[in-house]
Design a protein around this ligand. Structure first.
Ligand SMILES: Nc1ncnc2c1ncn2[C@@H]1O[C@H](COP(=O)(O)OP(=O)(O)OP(=O)(O)O)[C@@H](O)[C@H]1O
Length: 455
């Protein structure tokens, strides 16, 4: 046994040779190699050594308890900011040919290293295809994996993950591109497109007091996180927009999205088969977004059913209403809809707006508009003189004109929508006088038709 043991002098001489070799190697590196090559070798060496040391893995899946996982979203937003030379492969793409406008992500199976407060953190993206029984379509799920040293685990949880959440939040707040999502029944999910609607509160013509009230409401809402938490309510707000077609309801939604920098989930309730499907769809929406249900009067069995029921009896109880609405044909029930404004909707998500629009408020079930359900009711009406002046300022860049008095008088008598006024003011002529005279003529004809139609 002793014969296999090296002697002390052998160990010492071996140690001396190794030290000399390391010193020589370091001298060669620092004196003979340029600093860039030196740094490159050190970074490769430390990266290789690091690969052997991580022994703790954190997994961030796309969904968390049946809803979209906000940590996944934060990581997805954060990683492009740290992808540097350490990534072995990159996924790139863009929505325009503007130089420097490339988006970067790590592709599935590739790795990138982040450094934070002296820790090395290795990220990778993974994909899993799940064959759900009874469904003809495979489900694809993504997850991020974070590998680090076990000894760094506490620091990762305490400092690194909050750092990712903070960075992602501030990126999302000044996100350049907004998206509009529409629900596609055939893929059972949301399909996104870049949202580029130019409407803003500056271009939207509406009663100045109402406009100021909405802007104040929105600005207050974003600052109320602590308030909602304190009073035990979900951080959400509901707006109900109504008025005739062409009065700017969609433009107002776009102005709100641009003001808040919120994505829009545009939900056509007709495309949703059942309350269960509605719940699934809604839990896959993200925070800081608008859930938009346009033309709610013609999109639910809730509103259609009500008319039928109203003919039969005055106040059906909720259970009866559900049964009637769901027994024959599938679709969303009134209670399903109310569940996402009050019940279910209140139980998940942060910083969300829900907006219903209709051209026919009178066709809606009053239960939808009961106090406490929608926080703000906004009427978008026919063009008043104040609204006309805003449109004239936008389209013609004028604040006054001697023909304004005639227009003011006519607008008191004619029902004309801002969309119609905008169309008239876009008339192709260099002469302001021609445009306004032609607009006056348009109003007179409309007035004549209204009078004749009324007789
Ligand atoms: N209040 C307004 N301010 C500025 N432009 C407006 C306004 N209302 C309408 N417009 C112009 O008319 C177009 C159509 O308006 P918009 O679609 O917003 O009306 P709407 O009330 O949503 O109509 P609908 O009920 O038919 O969907 C807009 O793209 C915009 O150019």
């Amino acid at each position: 046994m002793a014969s296999f043991m090296p002697s002390m002098s052998t160990i010492l001489s071996g140690y001396a040779s190794l030290s000399a070799a390391i010193m020589l190697f370091r001298t060669i590196l620092s004196e003979m190699l340029p600093s860039q090559i030196r740094n490159y070798i050190f970074s490769k060496l430390s990266k290789s050594l690091f690969y052997f040391s991580p022994n703790f893995t954190l997994i961030v899946e796309q969904n968390w308890q049946a809803a979209s996982n906000q940590t996944f979203r934060a990581v997805e937003t954060y990683l492009p900011t740290i992808i540097g030379t350490s990534a072995d492969c990159l996924l790139i793409g863009s929505h325009s040919l503007v130089p420097h406008n490339l988006n970067m992500r790590i592709p599935v199976g590739c790795k990138t290293i982040d450094e934070f407060q002296g820790m090395k953190l290795e990220w990778s993206l993974h994909k899993e295809t799940i064959n759900s029984p009874g469904s003809h379509r495979d489900e694809v799920r993504y997850s991020y994996q974070l590998k680090c040293k076990r000894s760094d685990r506490e620091k990762v949880m305490r400092s690194y993950l909050p750092h990712i959440a903070d960075t992602a939040r501030s990126i999302l707040r000044r996100r350049e591109k907004l998206h509009i999502y529409t629900y596609e029944k055939n893929i059972c999910g949301w399909k996104s497109a870049v949202f580029k609607h130019p409407a803003t509160f500056a271009t939207l013509a509406m009663d100045p007091k109402s406009k100021a009230k909405i802007i104040k409401d929105l600005d207050t809402f974003v600052q109320q996180k602590d308030f909602f938490q304190r009073v035990g309510r979900t951080w959400k707000r509901g707006y109900f927009l109504h008025g005739p077609p062409g009065t700017g309801k969609s433009s107002l939604v776009a102005a709100i999205a641009n003001h808040q920098r919120y994505n829009i989930y545009d939900l056509q309730l007709q495309s949703v088969g059942s309350d269960a499907e509605l719940r699934r769809i809604l839990t896959s929406t993200t925070n800081r977004s608008i859930l938009l249900v346009e033309d709610i009067d013609c999109s639910t069995k809730a509103s259609r059913g009500r008319t039928k029921i109203r003919d039969e009896q005055e106040e059906p109880d909720q259970g009866e209403l559900d049964n009637r609405l769901s027994s024959s044909d599938p679709g969303i029930t009134l209670s399903g809809l109310l569940n996402f404004t009050d019940g279910l909707w209140s139980s998940f998500g942060d910083e969300r707006l829900i907006i219903f629009t209709t051209n026919h408020k009178d066709k809606l079930d009053p239960a939808l508009l009961r106090p406490g359900r929608m926080d703000l009711e906004i009427y978008m009406g026919y063009c008043t003189f104040a609204v006309f002046k805003q449109l004239a300022n936008s389209y013609l860049q004028i604040d006054n004109h001697h023909l304004f008095a005639a227009i003011e008088n006519l607008l008191k008598e004619v029902s004309v929508t801002p969309a119609e006024v905008a169309q008239q003011l876009m008339m192709k002529s260099d002469e302001l006088q021609d445009i306004l005279e032609s607009f006056i003529e348009f109003l007179k004809v409309k007035l004549r038709n209204e009078i004749e139609g009324g007789n």
